[in-house]
Design a protein around this ligand. Structure first.
Ligand SMILES: Cc1ncc(COP(=O)(O)O)c(C=O)c1O
Length: 485
């Protein structure tokens, strides 16, 4: 049945509720804004707080939807062409945990890209599943994690035919797409489930110039951060299911487990409105973003020492395509790291970018991006170029990742074990209870349950000495590490 995408059932219901003559005797205790600190209402106004209600008369329950939330989710399913869609108020972090627990159980194998988001590792810890890792290509030339070669998935399947599911992360933070069609085909030939962490790709469904999303490429389930790319409020995400390979009752249970029992109506409504916006206006808005990024890329590439990543790198390093709405800039030829560029942009020009690494800064030209913001960025880059003219380019980044450590335990077994903190130099031979991820490239050198060996000890020690960012470990430095007792 064709639904009317102009409708906003959840938003309409909440507005209607706020107009009723209600004596509020329910949580939250501020009672529709009456007891909000005036410091806040003076700035933000009052209406938004009237909407901070949950599970009141006529507003449905996200955990057992049968009214306006169900209707809003059905509209979302149609907009993304999914069989079934679910709203999520604990982000794609919560969605990944729920999804993993829905496709694999304790002791079952799942193929996971080694550069997965930490929420995937949390999903492994909670599910008790056994991860086997597939490695994406890494380009030393570009200093970038490339795509996942479908042949790598075949290789890992060859070694682990018992695998029940494969998880892909597409697009990456830098906008890299892998060949999802080919991966889905391999997974389904093997009788598995293909789930895609599409945290950064919720919007691509609404314009033909953008790459095809997971749901169009045979994925059985995708998790998406609507808040990152499609204009809903922070923390609001969606899970879409597209095949009979997913047990929906189990997924519903796990979504409840991974999120709040008093979900914020503001977040739910924002998902309803983001769906409406994308379904009704998405094509035009994405065209505008596309044009802006094209303009920004052309201008920035004309600045001495600056370069951008875009679709020209597709075809190398198993990169199937690039997200065209992301502006990924490098000043490496001027000897300026991405970290330093980020610092200069915020400190000297008041430009807040999304993310930086050794070579790049990732600038979001989101749905609300403007030409004047871009012009500010371009002008800043011009000045930075003059300031650093003649400086030596950054040394080529060498991808010398150590061989993967021996997995002695599952992440869950390491998690439930007694652990202790020991000095890093004493860690050789011990089983790590934490994940340590040198950045770049963002591929964990060690995961919970893996034995720290001499090579990894030396590798991470070197990375630490070179000041490379180490994610995952407490405090970001290698003084102490948590290991299984
Ligand atoms: C690939 C990937 N997956 C999942 C997440 C988590 O998303 P959320 O912020 O919606 O919890 C992120 C966040 O940056 C991410 O980059």
């Amino acid at each position: 049945m064709n639904l009317d995408q102009n409708k906003t059932p959840l938003f309409d219901a909440i507005i209607a509720y706020t107009k009723r003559d209600i004596a509020p005797m329910f949580m939250p205790a501020h009672m529709m804004g009456r007891a909000i600190n005036p410091k806040w209402t003076d700035f933000a106004g009052e209406n938004i707080f009237k909407m901070d209600i949950c599970e009141v008369d006529g507003l449905d329950d996200l955990n057992e939807p049968d009214g306006v939330i169900m209707e809003a989710q059905r509209l979302a399913a149609q907009a993304w062409a999914a069989k079934e869609s679910f709203f999520m108020v604990n982000g794609t972090s919560g969605a990944n945990i729920a999804a993993i627990c829905s496709v694999v159980s304790e002791g079952e194998t799942i193929i996971v890209p080694r550069n997965c988001h930490k929420s995937v590792i949390y999903g492994l810890i909670i599910s008790g599943a056994v991860p086997v890792f597939a490695f994406p290509d890494v380009s030393d030339e570009l200093g970038l994690i490339g795509g996942m070669d479908p042949a790598e998935i075949e290789r890992v399947y060859g070694e682990h035919p018992e695998a029940k599911a494969v998880l892909s992360v597409v697009p990456t933070y830098h906008g890299v797409y892998s060949d999802l069609n080919a991966i889905s085909e391999i997974v389904h030939m093997r009788g598995g489930v293909h789930m895609v962490d599409e945290a950064h790709g919720n919007h691509v469904y609404f314009h033909d110039k953008y790459p095809a999303g997971g749901l169009r490429c045979g994925a059985d389930l995708v998790t998406q951060s609507t808040h990152k790319v499609s204009g809903s409020l922070s923390q609001s995400s969606m899970v879409h299911v597209n095949s009979d390979r997913i047990d929906l009752d189990r997924l519903r249970f796990n979504l409840q487990m991974a999120q709040n029992t008093s979900p914020s109506a503001l977040l739910e409504v924002s998902l309803d409105l983001a769906r409406h916006y994308m379904a009704v206006q998405g094509e035009g808005v994405l065209q505008r973003v596309y044009n802006l990024v094209e303009y920004g890329k052309a201008e920035i590439e004309s600045i001495e020492g600056f370069s951008v990543l875009d679709r020209r790198i597709a075809g190398s390093c198993h990169i199937f395509d690039m997200e065209p709405g992301r502006l990924v800039i490098s000043a490496k030829d001027l000897g300026v790291t991405g970290y330093a560029l980020e610092r200069a942009l915020i400190d000297d020009y008041g430009i807040q970018i999304e993310f930086s690494d050794n070579f790049y800064v990732v600038c979001m030209v989101g749905l609300g991006g403007t030409r004047s913001d871009l012009d500010r960025l371009i002008a800043a880059c011009r000045e930075i170029s003059v300031r650093h003219k003649g400086e030596a380019p950054l040394a080529k980044w060498r991808n010398k990742l150590p061989k993967m450590a021996e997995a002695v335990m599952t992440p869950r077994q390491a998690y439930v074990s007694q652990t202790e903190k020991i000095p890093w130099e004493d860690a050789c031979g011990r089983i790590s209870a934490e994940m340590i991820v040198p950045y770049p490239p963002g591929i964990p050198a060690i995961c919970p349950g893996e034995r720290i060996n001499d090579e990894i000890l030396r590798f991470l020690g070197d990375q630490n000495e070179q000041g490379r960012h180490l994610h995952g470990i407490h405090g970001g430095t290698l003084d102490m590490v948590r290991v299984v007792k």
